[in-house]
Design a binder for this molecule. Structure first.
Ligand code: ARG
Length: 586
């Protein structure tokens, strides 16, 4: 509807003010529903350009628009045009939802393609909470862009190359305890690395040794290669376990080491194209004209860097996929770095600067605002955090519904693959899994991407707060009402039946779903969807409070069941875009 209004406005402006260049204007859904379902500032903008009164212009446009839109149109001082969509059309939208279910709102397939790079953990250590946000936000953007009709290349760029692996190999050769390594490979790798780093402080010999081992690895030394491959294999197994828990799938994995054979070529290309030059020593650097700090491409000893691999990766992506856009979901800390890499990519002719976006995000801190780590300052494995959340969710679910059947009726899952995977567990545990994992994801996705988030279990799992369990419970409750009604939601109701304020308010809110998804894609902000779903849940609970469903007169009862069924579809779809499941009971 929003795009229909936009188009109608453009037409009206061209018809009535043919001498003016079409300006940028907005069509938004006002906070206050008394101002209609949509409001536009077009008249205010035109008034400035034409030096005429905004209300006069609004009046002219209103008359022109009136016959083209299914809405009551009003002019509000100082010159806003407000649109009140007709009840029939609002109800038409609800009927569409009931008919199309999860396909409702999905955009037609586009030709555009987008690479979304996310997660990209580093091998030889457990995935930590700092990789939580990139993984969750990235997966949600993948879902959202698919829904928007884009061809999405979901990709990860794990860190598995660089001198630190020389250090690790050296530590492994010195102190590697096979038994411990077999038992808990990744944790032990981290221990070895930490021990090496401590020893290396104030002792140059260690750094030399690390460099030597990495050189050997680079030149293909059999032993070092074998050790490194084992690090890699075990690390990827570890990541996969976490991904499975998070229901995250990243089909394309191109780790840093993959680009090793392309590095020399990229450096010499940069020199040849005069994008890079010799630095003070024999290093090779990219200098920028506008004061952006210089980017090091090759050290004086010939060693390449993270940036070299990123440029090689850019070249590879341009050649292999030539995507319309690339999005990198990486923490705030790398802002300057990506600015350098993006500019260098443009100078090298791989991409235009505006095709590349760094989707950045703040840190995860503990509830007192300090770094999220153990008391000794050590990394907390993500897997432990996920398990803790599921454990706590079990308490929430148990308190909510102590008599939850232990048998599989009805199936608590909406996602069938998940269902069979977890079929053998008791229902309550299955629901706790959905709630616990969902709570963490929602907590992240519902907040402003750029701010740091304070990890707070109580908020995350609060059934009455801005949380996944709140939305999930709203969904489960609707499902339970529909089951009790023994009625199949039907779209045969008459529009003028849904006329109480809490009903119309819900029907209206449903109309904005696809627009919200579009906005969240455009700005890479899944939190817009999360906020929308919270509001939808609030409105639904308000509706329950005010109006009976099961105990109302037959025709009204059916219409209300249709209404909540529509809400449940949108809750499910929206949560799916965030990568969160909803339970059929809770
Ligand atoms: N592995 C890096 C890290 O954990 C993130 C990689 C980001 N992506 C990139 N193309 N540089 O910090």
């Amino acid at each position: 509807m929003r795009s229909q209004i936009k188009k109608a406005i453009i037409k009206a402006v061209l018809a009535k003010f043919s001498n003016v260049i079409l300006p940028d204007f907005s069509v938004e859904s006002p906070e206050n529903s008394q101002h209609g379902d949509y409001a536009s500032n077009i008249a205010l903008i035109l008034a400035k350009r034409l030096k005429r009164s905004p209300t006069e212009i609004a009046g002219i446009l209103k008359n022109e628009l009136q016959s083209h839109l299914p809405a009551k149109i009003e002019v509000l001082p100082p010159g806003f045009i407000n649109f009140f969509i007709n009840r029939e059309n609002l109800c038409e939208n609800l009927k569409e939802i009931i008919k199309k279910k999860e396909k409702f709102g999905a955009f037609p397939k586009k030709k555009d393609s987008i690479i979304i790079e996310y997660s990209s953990p580093n091998i030889a250590k457990p995935m930590g909470v700092h990789h939580l946000r990139t993984t969750i936000i990235g997966q949600s953007l993948v879902n959202i862009y698919k829904f928007m009709g884009w061809k999405v290349l979901a990709m990860s760029f794990p860190g598995d190359w660089g001198t630190q692996f020389g250090a690790l190999i050296s530590a492994y050769k010195k102190w590697g305890d096979q038994k411990k390594l077999k038992q808990n490979p990744v944790k032990e790798m981290l221990n070895l690395y930490v021990r090496f780093s401590r020893m290396a402080e104030g002792n140059e010999d260690f750094a030399d040794e690390a460099r030597k081992e990495f050189k050997l690895l680079e030149s293909g030394d059999k032993e070092n290669r074998k050790i490194w491959e084992w690090f890699r294999k075990e690390s990827f197994k570890d990541f996969d376990r976490v991904y499975k828990k998070l229901c995250v799938k990243i089909p394309l994995v191109f780790s840093e080491s993959f680009f090793e054979p392309y590095l020399k070529e990229v450096v010499s290309e940069a020199v040849k194209k005069k994008v890079a030059e010799n630095g003070e020593d024999k290093s090779i650097v990219v200098k920028f004209k506008d004061g952006t700090p210089t980017l090091l491409l090759q050290k004086s000893d010939g060693a390449t860097l993270y940036a070299t691999r990123d440029l090689a990766q850019m070249k590879y992506r341009a050649k292999k996929w030539n995507p319309t856009k690339i999005v990198m979901v990486v923490a705030n800390q790398q802002t300057l770095y990506f600015e350098q890499v993006f500019r260098a990519s443009e100078m090298l002719g791989y991409f235009k600067r505006n095709q590349l976006t760094h989707v950045k995000f703040g840190m995860v801190l503990d509830s007192s605002g300090k770094k999220f780590a153990t008391r000794e300052g050590k990394l907390i494995p993500l897997e432990e955090v996920l398990n803790e959340s599921v454990k706590r969710a079990l308490g929430v679910v148990a308190s909510l519904n102590p008599r939850l059947p232990q048998k599989e009726h009805p199936a608590p899952f909406t996602n069938h693959a998940q269902k069979s995977a977890r079929y053998s567990k008791k229902v309550r545990e299955q629901i706790a899994e959905i709630v616990g994992i969902g709570a963490i994801k929602f907590f992240d996705l519902s907040q402003n991407r750029l701010s740091d988030i304070l990890f707070d279990w109580n908020k995350m799992l609060n059934l009455k707060g801005s949380s996944a369990p709140y939305v999930q419970y709203t969904y489960a409750r609707i499902k339970s009402v529909i089951r009790k009604s023994k009625e199949k939601p039907s779209n045969k109701f008459k529009p003028d039946i849904l006329k109480e304020e809490p009903e119309t308010d819900l029907v209206r809110h449903l109309m904005h779903f696809a627009e919200i998804v579009e906005d969240s894609a455009l700005r890479y902000e899944p939190n817009r969807i999360a906020e929308y779903l919270l509001k939808l849940s609030e409105k639904t609970n308000y509706f329950y409070e005010k109006l009976p469903v099961l105990n109302s007169e037959k025709e009204i009862r059916s219409a209300r069941i249709a209404l909540i069924a529509g809400v449940s579809e949108i809750l499910k779809s929206g949560m799916k875009l965030l990568g969160i499941e909803v339970p059929e009971q809770m």
